[in-house]
Design a binder for this molecule. Structure first.
Ligand code: CA
Length: 221
């Protein structure tokens, strides 16, 4: 049985996550302390780590650094505080596979967990699942993006946003649709985060690929 370690010091959140994961067929272990989490993560008995940033003894970033320092390839999903972009970037830089922003919908977390487990279990000869529109391709297993075969570095959110566009090429996507699909319920409807990330994607893929449709949203052309 797939074993997931939950390192989270808020009992309300860890209970919610643990209950959901068990219902989805996973075995879970909950710890509230960073050093304990690190010991278990290094023991080779777990398949994935859900890691809160703010933990007693050693924090989530330090747990991650030490894991990587020991050569661990354990998939790690960080649970970061709401809209703390700096945390997120630091977490991804420190080698987290992915992150989920609190508060999150359980389904969103479960989708990330499944995706991470699939990626880490995928044999190297497996055929990648690719989403391609024109000369842009997203490899859904390795989470890599290419333009004309050239690799583009994307953050997890940028990848998720690009995925939404490539699943609906030529269609206008409203900001609300993109917010709810990429950022989940955890967003301020007045937020300009979609506009900011569209700007990032334009800079990476070429400005001409995403049109602004006034009063409606954005369209991948
Ligand atoms: Ca915490």
């Amino acid at each position: 049985m797939t074993h997931i370690l939950i390192a989270e010091d808020e009992p309300r959140i860890s209970a919610f996550v643990s209950r959901g994961l068990k219902a989805a067929g996973y075995q879970t272990t909950v710890v509230e302390d960073g050093a304990v989490a690190l010991d278990i993560a290094l023991s080779g008995t777990v398949d994935l780590l859900l890691l809160d940033v703010g933990l007693p003894t050693i924090d989530g970033f330090e747990v991650l650094r030490r894991l990587h320092g020991q050569g661990s390839a354990l998939p790690v999903i960080m649970l970061t505080a709401r809209s703390s972009t700096r945390d997120t970037v630091a977490g991804l830089d420190a080698g987290a596979s992915d992150y989920v922003t609190k508060p999150f919908k359980f389904d969103e977390l479960l989708a990330r967990v499944r995706s991470r487990l699939r990626t880490s279990a995928a044999p190297s000869e497996s055929i990648p699942v690719t989403l391609a529109v024109g000369d842009v391709a997203l490899d859904m297993l390795s989470r890599r993006a290419t333009v004309m075969g050239r690799e583009i570095e994307l953050s997890a959110r940028e990848f998720a946003l690009a995925e939404q566009f490539l699943r609906h090429p030529g269609q206008v996507m409203s900001r609300e649709q993109l917010l709810s699909r990429v950022w989940g319920l955890d967003f301020d409807p007045g937020s300009n985060v979609v506009d900011v990330y569209v700007r990032y994607l334009r800079a990476k893929f070429g400005a001409e690929r995403i049109s602004t449709v006034r009063g409606a949203g954005y369209r991948w052309d």
